[in-house]
Design a protein around this ligand. Structure first.
Ligand SMILES: Cc1ncc(COP(=O)(O)O)c(C=O)c1O
Length: 421
């Protein structure tokens, strides 16, 4: 075996971080010899109605010689497919009254790559000598943010939430504004809404409060709408989408059921869009063209929005009710708390007093073929290692087949009770 000498830069990719584990587990689960209950990674469900629509629309595109030739035979513009950007700008301004044109939209190869660029553009070392971080005002937050920083020091400042205990074993995280100050010490503020891993949807009031504070501080507010508004609209509570030119809204086609197409969308002020365009050109020449071509077709006649509102959202609402009923049944005697599930496709379970860490619980579960994600990965920028809560939670994806959820939860209940007081 050759013994290669890697540069300092490569250190960034030498560790098995939470994100690597999460993505590797998707493959590992598929290779396990025994039965596997995959409730780990972030794969969306296979929804037959959506897949039939994607298939039929792609067939129409493929039958059209000119469209097919352009889609697979030509690089797109580095800002992304202009037809799609134009159509999306029109849809967003018509639907929400946002002052948006083609100059406000860029395409990336998945929103994960949007975050890689944006976080490094707004955090790290600045020409004025300051080191600025991205403030995550409500942590737990998406594990995928944690490892994208290229600076030597951590680029995140994670803010612990207020925990509100609700009836019937539910709880909800709320932004703890009492000791949160948003100012020019930070390069940007970011929230996922709905939040991965908790399914929390931060309220319109919380969102407005954060947006106003960012504007006053002169720093951008990044809203990660991968599961949210306006599409795929996996939101089960009242919530209004928000955008202005101080907000960078990151969207994605993945949770619509198209993660294989790797298409992310950035909606922002033109100077941010130019940055994304240049980064696309420098790093990958152009973003992929299949996702935008498909989505462009789906935007016509409102098919995309119709699909979200009438198929995708009701599908996940049903899956959620099923998962909750399964928990009621198999964890009736287990002191579990569930984060109020207001969106996305996850349940965030809190086993207060768990005698092992969530990572150790994850390992014990893998031995029985059950894949979940240990909660402790979801606290980027939180340095308080004595805070037990961060080791007491797990994330469960309930998008899989009903039988997987039923058997997987039953096994989870069996294993977890060994480690509860
Ligand atoms: C909250 C959140 N943001 C962003 C992403 C990245 O998605 P993609 O790169 O597929 O667009 C994910 C993926 O799971 C996510 O959960």
């Amino acid at each position: 075996m050759p013994d290669f000498l890697f540069s300092n830069f490569s250190q960034h990719y030498q560790q098995n971080t939470g994100t690597v584990q999460l993505m590797e587990d998707l493959g590992r689960a598929a290779m396990m010899p025994g039965p596997v209950y995959a409730m780990g990674g972030g794969n969306p469900a296979h929804i037959p109605e959506s897949e039939r629509l994607f298939q039929a629309t792609l067939s129409t595109i493929i039958q059209d010689d000119a469209q097919f030739a352009a889609m697979v035979g030509e690089y797109d513009a580095p800002q992304g497919n202009s037809g799609f950007c134009y159509a999306l700008a029109n849809t967003l301004s018509d639907r929400f009254g946002w002052d948006i044109g083609q100059d406000n939209i860029a395409i990336t190869n998945g929103s994960q790559s949007s975050f890689g660029l944006l976080f490094n553009a707004f955090a790290g070392q600045f020409p004025d000598g300051h080191f600025r971080r991205i403030l995550l005002p409500l942590t737990p937050e998406y594990v995928g943010y944690a490892d994208v920083g290229l600076a030597e020091a951590s680029i995140f400042d994670g803010h612990k939430p207020d925990i509100e205990l609700l009836d019937e074993r539910f709880f909800k995280y709320r932004v703890n504004f009492s000791d949160l100050s948003i100012d020019e010490r930070f390069g940007a503020v970011c929230v996922s809404r709905p939040t991965n891993p908790t399914g929390n949807v931060i309220t319109d009031d919380e969102l407005a409060h954060l947006a106003n504070a960012c504007e006053s501080a002169g720093i951008p507010f990044i809203i990660d709408g991968a599961y949210g508004l306006p599409f795929p609209n996996m939101v089960f509570t009242k919530a209004t989408p928000l955008w202005n030119d101080n907000i960078i809204l990151c969207l994605s086609l993945s949770k619509l059921g198209l993660p294989g197409l790797r298409t992310g969308i950035v909606v922002a002020a033109p100077e941010v869009i130019r940055l994304v365009r240049n980064a696309n050109a420098i790093n990958q020449l152009a973003p992929g063209r299949v996702g935008p071509t498909l989505a462009h077709r789906l935007l016509q006649d409102n098919t995309l929005m119709h699909l979200c509102d009438n198929t995708i959202k009701p599908f996940y609402e049903r899956k959620l009710q099923h998962a909750l009923a399964v928990i009621d049944h198999c964890m009736a005697n287990i002191p579990v708390r569930i984060h109020k599930p207001e969106g996305a496709l996850f349940l965030w379970l809190w086993f207060e007093g768990l005698q092992i860490t969530s990572y150790e619980l994850y390992q014990a579960l893998v031995d029985t073929g059950v894949f979940v994600i240990p909660g402790e990965h979801f606290f980027p920028g939180v340095n308080d290692n004595n805070w037990r809560h961060r080791y007491e939670c797990i994330r469960v994806n309930y998008a899989g087949p009903d039988a997987t959820i039923e058997q997987g939860m039953a096994l989870l209940a069996e294993v977890v009770q060994r480690y509860l007081p």
